[in-house]
Structure formats: C-alpha cells, structure tokens
Design a protein around this ligand. Structure first.
Ligand SMILES: Nc1nc2c(c(=O)[nH]1)N[C@@H](CN(C=O)c1ccc(C(=O)N[C@@H](CCC(=O)O)C(=O)O)cc1)CN2
Ligand SMILES: NCC(=O)N[C@@H]1O[C@H](COP(=O)([O-])[O-])[C@@H](O)[C@H]1O
Length: 197
C-alpha cells in the first residue's frame, strides 16, 4: 500500500519532475504522486504532470482562502502527505491543521538564514551573494503556519566560488535539491511519517 502524495508547485517544476520520475520508476519505494496542485495556470509543472499522467488542480486565490474545494480534492485523491516544491503562497492554518506533520517544504538556503516572506527563488540567491557567503545549500523542513519556521528535517551545504553569480548559486543549489528531496520524502514515508521531533 503506497503513501499517496500531492506536490504543490508554482513554477517550472523540476523538483516535481525528479520526484514523479523517481517514484514512478521505483514502486518499491512505496510512494505515489497522485496529484499536482498549482496556483498558476501557466506553471510549467502542469505540463510535466500531464506528460506523466499525473492529475493536476489549479487553485484560484478565492478558493485558496475558502479551502473547501482544495480539501475536497485532497480527500478525493486520498492524499496522505503534501510536498511543497517551489510553491509561492502561504499554506493557511486550515491546511496545516488538516495535515499535521504531513506537509514538507524545500527552501533553497540554509535556514534560519535567508528565509521568510519575500525570500523565494532568485531573491534568496541574490541575498546570499550580496552577503558574500562562502556556502549556501538546502533546507527540508516541516511546514507550520509561518514561512520557513517549521522543524528542520534535513540540510545540505555547497561551497560557493567568489565569482559565482546568483544564477550560478541557484544552479548549484538546485542540483542539491534534485539529489536529496525525493530521498528525504521516501525516508519520511518509510519511517511512517514520524511526527515532528
Ligand atoms: N505556511 C507555510 N507556507 C509556505 C511555506 C512555509 O514554510 N509555511 N513555505 C513556502 C515556500 N517558501 C520558502 O521556502 C516561500 C515561498 C514564497 C514566499 C513569499 O514571500 N511569497 C510571496 C508571494 C509570491 C507570489 O505570489 O508570487 C508573499 O507571500 O508575498 C516566501 C517563502 C510555501 N508556503
Ligand atoms: N522559498 C521557496 C523557494 O524559493 N523554492 C524554490 O523554488 C525553486 C523551484 O524550482 P522548480 O520549480 O524547478 O522545482 C526551487 O529552487 C525551490 O527551492
């Protein structure tokens, strides 16, 4: 019996692609991506999902606030666990409470630094560059009601070169994301989605 996950995206969906491809090719992992949710009808991740036979749902701001349609969809697909991958809206309290310790996010920096409102995508890497950091990395964490404040599950760092641009930093960090996010999700599932430590 696989654990059924929904991936929430807003952009190109490279993390969603890696995760869908992995779990479709390895049913022994016990993880099935059953739904993709996006807040943007133009998200490239929607094409990624369609090409792989994964149903998707685009949520409008009004529905997001109300929550009824989204909760009904998650129930209709019997979603057990939610994975945020480049999703750019705040997950509201109703959803955090409906999925206690069962929503995770990947942040493209070493939290608690470079997190919070406004810290997403290029903004993160530009801030890391401006600060003259010699390393950056990824943080995978549980999701609570606030941006980037949930308990940290896993972090990995990468050394930066002094002449790295924010785009080069993004490339280095994304490579770490692709190598680790699917593996950490599998580990959480196989440990029985142990509550937050
Ligand atoms: N309740 C939670 N919701 C979300 C979390 C979280 O930890 N708790 N993580 C984010 C992902 N994220 C960083 O990892 C993040 C995404 C977006 C923002 C942000 O400032 N967004 C803008 C809106 C951007 C847009 O609509 O294009 C904003 O809120 O003004 C910060 C951090 C996902 N949700
Ligand atoms: N703060 C949230 C945030 O910045 N998330 C970042 O958005 C990108 C999505 O890429 P993808 O759509 O190719 O997976 C990833 O780098 C992810 O860490």
């Amino acid at each position: 019996m696989s654990t059924r996950i929904a991936i929430f995206v807003s952009g190109g969906g490279s993390n969603a692609r890696v995760m869908i491809d992995r779990f479709q090719a390895h049913p022994e992992d016990g993880v099935e991506v059953v739904l993709l949710v996006s807040n943007k009808a133009t998200a490239g991740a929607l094409t990624v999902a369609a090409e792989r036979g994964v149903p998707s749902l685009v949520v409008k701001r009004s529905e997001w606030t109300a929550g009824t349609e989204l909760l009904e969809a998650l129930e209709a697909y019997s979603v057990d666990f939610i994975v945020l991958a480049g999703f750019l809206w705040l997950i509201p309290a109703y959803l955090v409470q409906a999925y206690p310790n069962r929503i995770v996010n990947i942040h493209p920096a070493l939290l608690p630094q470079y997190g919070g409102k406004g810290m997403y995508g290029h903004h993160v890497h530009a801030a890391v560059k401006a600060a003259g950091e010699t390393e950056s990395g990824i943080t995978i964490h549980y999701v609570n009601e606030n941006y980037d404040e949930g308990n940290i599950i896993y972090q990995a760092a990468v050394r930066l070169d002094a002449d790295d641009t924010p785009e080069k930093i993004a490339e280095r960090v994304l490579r770490l994301e692709h190598a680790n996010y699917w593996r950490v999700v599998r580990q959480l599932v196989q440990r029985g989605l142990r509550p937050q430590q």
